[in-house]
Ligand binder design. Structure first.
Ligand code: ATP
Ligand code: MG
Length: 509
């Protein structure tokens, strides 16, 4: 029987976005899936157009490969058919950045947490791009981008609320030190690390193997220079190079080890784990501003509860919140319950996509020393609650600032959350309804509930406020009246003293 040839037009139809038959089918299936899911013709059309754009870039890249120099690479290449990442898992902005860098003749890859989390089936927090373009060259290509950092210069490319972090391939230090591009302190800390190299040296300058995978958008392959895939399979965190030297170079890596092991649920490989406890004191070399940045990442990544336990276990909490650490080690169960209640509440809010503020975390972490100092001042110096709080707050905050910075935009609301803890007790007259309008009421009320839940004696204050917010105005008035009944207000008029001879009654008119 004669075979019927397919009409030529069928091949021509596929041509615009068919590199290979399998690539065509992957893309076709993807578009079909999107259609079935969204039923939005515009969305599918947009995707189809971006597929063509990718194709054009890829063709340019192939030409450039033929003409230009190639990046050195001894990486294992993991073919796109053998891993789950698809080009469309990457944010449009990150794809755009990579595409534009490539169009300008540079190499560009997706790297870091984006690749790691996509391989783990997770949801990347952000997408980072690595390139052979210098920060200045990147800055020129993207209007509105900013070069940030001195120790480690990177470029932030902004797309609305999304920021793509673009880093230039780092090089080896030894040669760079000779040239003066890298400087190190006496203790081995890297003070400046703007030494550029190629993709391979870049991989070895990263912290953990699982953070050093590169995704090539051109052919969908993953480049692995450090046996990261094996570590991903074993679900372990392994430092690239000699762990002790790498922690010394940048002690923030001690905190990163804790954060990633908690976040990913990974064990820390033995040689990577050993120096953490031994060299926790490296952290004292980190300036308070950088420690503050790390506190935000540790407490706002959605795994604060596990992280708090680990920070305490490994002796690192003492370098972030020394007072809270002391209270956790030898304080009461009440403080422990409060700090962990705040951590788990923060995790829950993040999972529910609710807002969280560092002011709240700081208000809680510094509450145990604040409360203890207030009690001392009231007892020993006979100060009233308000005075004691003012004075104690100053001491607690200035001690904390030697460890982590607290920017004013968080310091002020933190102090408001504290002072509202006292004001929430005073509900007479119009006070309660006025407090409801306070911009920090919600945070202060949540904190009050957590203190109560942890076991602080509050005489049902939290419950009172919960009810007060849920009832109508009339009932609110009745609730306040009831309070007045319990604590009758003193008459403003000073009572006249009775005359000794009893000639005048208390009722003057
Ligand atoms: P996530 O964004 O989910 O917190 P991440 O791994 O992307 O995790 P980033 O802080 O965004 O972490 O950094 C991006 C990448 O830069 C990391 O994956 C790592 O390869 C590299 N990196 C970041 N900080 C360091 C460091 N202190 N030392 C070495 N490499 C680092
Ligand atoms: Mg990242």
């Amino acid at each position: 029987m004669e075979r019927i040839n397919k009409p030529a037009s069928s091949a021509a139809l596929k041509a615009p976005f068919a590199k290979t038959t399998s690539a065509y089918w992957c893309q076709h299936k993807y578009l079909e899936r999107r259609w079935l899911k969204t039923r939005s013709f515009t969305a599918v059309k947009r995707l189809y157009q971006s597929t063509i754009e990718e194709e054009q870039t890829s063709m340019l890249k192939r030409l450039r490969k033929l003409l230009g120099p190639q990046t050195s690479s001894e990486a294992s290449r993991i073919h796109k058919d053998t891993h789950p990442i698809s080009l469309y898992d990457i944010s449009r902005s990150a794809r755009k950045v990579i595409q534009q860098l490539k169009q300008a003749g540079f190499a560009a890859y997706l790297v870091g947490g984006g690749v790691r989390d996509l391989l783990l089936d997770g949801n990347p927090k952000d997408f980072d791009v690595a390139t052979d373009a210098t920060p200045e060259q990147v800055n020129k290509i993207f209007k509105g981008s900013r070069i940030i950092g001195r120790r480690f210069r990177i470029v932030h490319v902004r797309f609305g609320r999304e920021i793509i972090e673009v880093t230039t391939f780092r090089g080896h230090h030894d040669e760079a030190k000779k040239r003066g591009d890298a400087t190190q302190s006496d203790k081995g800390i890297l003070l400046r690390d703007n030494v550029y190299g190629d993709i391979k040296s870049d991989a070895y300058r990263r912290d953990f193997t699982v953070n050093a995978l590169y995704y090539d958008t051109e052919d969908g392959a993953i480049l692995d220079f450090t046996n990261a895939i094996e570590d991903l399979d074993k679900r372990q965190l392994r430092m690239i190079g000699d762990p002790d030297t790498r922690y010394k170079e940048d002690p923030v890596r001690l905190l990163r080890a804790i954060r990633f092991s908690a976040k990913l649920g990974f064990t820390i490989e033995q040689a990577t784990e050993k120096p953490i406890r031994e060299h926790a004191d490296y952290l004292s070399e980190i300036p308070p501003a950088r420690r503050f940045e790390e506190v935000l990442k540790l407490f706002l990544c959605g795994y604060a509860t596990a992280i708090l336990t680990k920070l305490q276990d490994y002796g690192l909490l003492a370098y972030l919140f020394p007072a809270a650490n002391d209270f956790l080690n030898k304080g009461t169960e009440l403080d422990k319950r409060l700090l962990f209640a705040v951590a788990s509440n923060t995790d829950k809010r993040i999972r529910q996509n609710k807002s969280v503020t560092p002011a709240f975390i700081y208000a809680a972490m510094l509450w145990p020393p604040l409360r203890a100092e207030m009690a001392r001042l009231m007892e020993e110096h006979k100060l009233n609650e308000y005075e004691a709080m003012q004075q104690a707050a100053q001491g607690v905050i200035s001690q904390q600032l030697a460890y982590t910075a607290i920017p004013k935009r968080f310091l002020i609301p933190m102090r408001e959350i504290w002072s509202l803890q006292l004001r929430l007790k005073r509900r007479e007259g119009r006070r309660a309804s006025m407090l409801l309008e306070h911009p920090r009421f919600r945070a202060a009320y949540d904190f009050l509930l957590m203190r109560e839940e942890a076991g602080e004696r509050m005489d049902g204050l939290g419950m009172w406020w919960t009810k007060f917010q849920s009832v109508k105005e009339e009932e609110q008035n009745a609730m306040v009246q009831e309070l007045n009944g319990k604590n009758p207000k003193r008459s403003r008029k000073p009572r006249r003293r009775r005359k000794a001879d009893g000639g005048e009654s208390g009722n003057s008119n």
